[in-house]
Design a protein around this ligand. Structure first.
Ligand code: NAD
Length: 340
């Protein structure tokens, strides 16, 4: 069977990871990535052997800098089945028209609104909804994190109501512009957009969210309080999360007390770019009291959506009908395992 030909538009935090993940799949071919400027990231992409495609207006700058390009972004459209759009939020609208005109499928990221595509994607919760679609959207890092744990918990115990506080990293590690670098900044527009974003995939879920930006770059942390319809035990919830795809349980008493140790674990596991694709839940921080479930989880914002993008490609390009089979393939290629 022919490989799915994939182009990545926008080679930043998410785009470079999607590119590496596509290149690691044996049923996909990375046709190339786009860059707007001939900077160090463009050179790093070339060094990895990726072809560079650039907007028409950037061709001269690349030529002047002596950085080799394979063509314009429009040339890339002619060679691909699907584009994974990883441009900054709200740029997608302009590109959507181009993708449609070129007749290529496209995946957008969580910085775009659900209304741009009308379909949002999470591999655990709604893999089949993107089956054969021309456009889809992989929801944001925080939404992906909430879906990975709340979906299996809801399936087993039925969540009547969930309250979540998101402690957000202020900037990504490679970003020296955003902040705060000192202080905690509450989102005063309430409830935050994260709840409705979860509902773009689980519309029946009664969820409310608040958020605070914190002076850290490593990960987000969620505190989750969920009212369950079924009375259960802490152990039963642990058992459900142990089985949940792309969820990793860790223990504070094993020395993983903060997000710093989670990132150290990712480095120890030898992951590409030290990524922690799984949502990390503190097992000794899970507690059920009556019908109320409490837990904490950490989200590696740079990487949790990467395996989702890969599964979304398979669903949209109709190469694997079974979500679990696609996840198994993706996870094997990225080194995600329940046993490590
Ligand atoms: P980024 O700023 O790190 O990368 C964006 C890349 O797109 C940059 O390389 C930039 O040069 C390039 N770009 C800008 N304008 C462009 C244009 N017109 N054409 C082509 N390329 C262009 O951003 P990011 O963090 O990777 O975010 C990308 C998307 O992923 C956003 O929708 C964001 O909301 C979403 N997302 C980000 C994170 C995160 O934590 N960083 C997590 C999940 C989802």
């Amino acid at each position: 069977m022919a490989k799915i030909r994939v182009g990545v538009n926008g080679y930043g935090t998410i785009g470079k990871r999607v590119a590496s993940a596509v290149a690691a799949q044996d049923d996909m071919e990375l046709v190339g990535v786009t860059k707007t400027r001939p900077n160090f990231e463009a050179l790093a992409a070339l060094a990895k052997g990726y072809d560079l495609y650039v907007p028409e207006e950037s061709v001269e700058a690349f030529n002047e800098a002596g950085v080799k390009i394979a063509g314009t972004i429009k040339d890339m459209y002619k060679k691909v089945d699907i584009v994974v759009d990883c441009t900054p939020g709200n740029v997608g609208e302009m590109y959507k028209a181009q993708y449609q005109e070129a007749g290529v499928k496209a995946i957008f990221q969580g910085g775009e609104d659900h209304s741009l595509t009308g379909i949002s994607f999470n591999s655990t919760a709604n893999y089949s909804e993107s089956w054969g679609a021309q456009l889809s959207r992989v929801v944001s890092c925080n939404t992906t994190g909430l879906l990975r744990t709340l979906n299996p918990i809801d399936k087993k115990f039925k969540v009547e109501q969930a309250f979540v506080t998101i402690v957000r990293r202020a900037a990504d590690p490679g970003d020296s512009k955003n902040g705060p670098i000192n202080g905690l900044e509450p989102s005063v527009k309430l409830p935050t957009h994260h709840g409705p974003d979860v509902q773009s995939i689980m519309p029946w879920l009664n969820i409310n969210t608040m958020a605070i930006k914190a002076s850290t770059t490593l990960m987000h942390v969620h505190t989750v309080v969920a009212q369950l319809a079924t009375e259960t035990t802490t152990q039963e919830v642990i058992d459900v999360l142990k089985e949940a795809p792309r969820v990793r349980l860790v223990k504070s008493k094993d020395g993983i007390k903060t997000t710093a140790q989670i990132m150290e674990l990712a480095r120890d596991l030898g992951r590409d770019r030290s990524d922690m694709y799984e949502i990390v839940v503190w097992e000794d921080g899970i507690k059920v009291v009556g019908n109320t479930l409490y837990y904490y989880q950490a989200v590696h914002q740079e990487s949790d959506v990467i395996p989702e993008n890969i599964d979304c490609i398979r669903s949209m390009c109709k190469v694997e009908q079974d979500a679990a089979a696609s996840r198994a393939k993706t996870d094997a290629a990225l080194g995600i395992s329940k046993t490590l």
